[in-house]
Design a protein around this ligand. Structure first.
Ligand SMILES: NCc1[nH]cc(CCC(=O)O)c1CC(=O)O
Length: 318
């Protein structure tokens, strides 16, 4: 690979073709055009992750499945950028690729969606809640051990359709995705981020480019939102330190306190026995650099291990 002396235009953004992925890519296209004056186009692609959405991602290879094809297109020069829900981006990018900007995040919390009940507290004893996220399962079990939790897969529209068809009393989805698609009215209640700690990176968008596209990188980095960058780097460092994959029920969420310090909440559940108590930790520190953010994340991971996390991490999903 050679170093780029100038920016190839139009900048082509490789994107998955789900409604949410397209919204996100269009959003970044508009910002590149309007704020940076860069002509930008989209290249829609179907990834392996999209083809097998009805099977459990934790069993077929995980989050990287949504990202790989987009990287192949960048490697081949068909595209210069990929836009991802940061939550779906593996902790280690392949050699030759970098996250160059992280945009200001949308609501990072999880949403309670139901046609019959206004909140988790109003669900009757033994009600059926749909989610396939291990992180959501273990936290729901901690809040309401009586609930019956059933798998729910597919993109956002598919999940909402399955709720509307009567398969579940309620489902849990990321608030950010619903709001981006204009579906915020489906949210009956938003989970408090302390009771239902979000996933690392939830609600944030990550912009990935080739590491050798230095000029493009410098220009696009100006779109990055530093408070979100630092918070999500702390969150992702927790997951990285614990060997992060979606077969581990791990939650990590950083917020900025009024005094300017970062506070990081983490929780680890047991994948095989979701009724096991959650391991939790809360840390805070003054954080102004990526290194300090990642150090806080690693420290949180160490706390979870010290609390007995190794046995939890060894558990495989049932
Ligand atoms: N794992 C799928 C996924 N990836 C990103 C979002 C929502 C948007 C976001 O968190 O940025 C979703 C849907 C969901 O979890 O309900």
């Amino acid at each position: 690979m050679q170093s780029n002396a100038s920016i190839v235009t139009p900048v082509v953004i490789a994107t998955r073709e789900s409604r949410l992925a397209l919204w996100q890519a269009e959003h970044v296209r508009d910002r590149l055009q309007q704020e940076l004056g860069l002509p930008t186009e989209l290249l829609g692609m179907t990834t392996r992750g999209d083809q097998i959405l009805d099977r459990s991602l934790s069993k077929v290879g995980g989050k990287g499945l949504f990202v790989k094809e987009l990287e192949v297109a960048m490697e081949a020069g068909q595209a210069q950028m990929a836009v991802h829900s940061l939550k779906d981006v593996p902790m280690e990018l392949p050699e030759g690729f970098v996250l160059v900007a992280i945009l200001e995040r949308e609501d990072p919390r999880d949403a309670f969606v139901s046609n019959r009940y206004a909140s988790l507290a109003e669900l009757p004893q033994g009600a059926c809640v749909g989610t396939s996220s291990l992180r959501r399962v273990v936290q729901l079990k901690a809040l309401r051990p009586d609930l019956r939790i059933e798998p729910l897969r597919g993109n956002l529209d598919t999940r909402l359709r399955k709720l509307d068809e009567g398969g579940y009393d309620a489902i849990v989805l990321a608030a950010a995705g619903l709001k981006r698609l204009g579906l915020g009215a489906r949210i009956r209640a938003t989970f408090d981020a302390e009771a239902m700690i979000p996933a690392a990176g939830q609600g944030a968008l990550g912009l990935e480019i080739r590491a050798d596209a230095q000029t493009l990188g410098q220009v696009v980095a100006t779109l990055s939102h530093q408070p979100t960058w630092l918070a999500t780097h702390a969150e992702r460092a927790v997951s990285r330190a614990l060997g992060g994959s979606c077969s581990v029920p791990l939650a990590a969420h950083a917020v900025w306190l009024a005094d300017g310090r970062m506070q990081l909440d983490v929780a680890l559940g047991h994948a095989a026995q979701p009724e096991q108590p959650l391991l939790k930790a809360r840390l805070s520190a003054a954080v102004t650099t990526t290194e300090a953010a990642e150090a806080l994340g690693r420290e949180a991971a160490e706390r979870l291990v010290a609390a007995g996390g190794a046995a939890y991490l060894a558990a495989q999903p049932a």
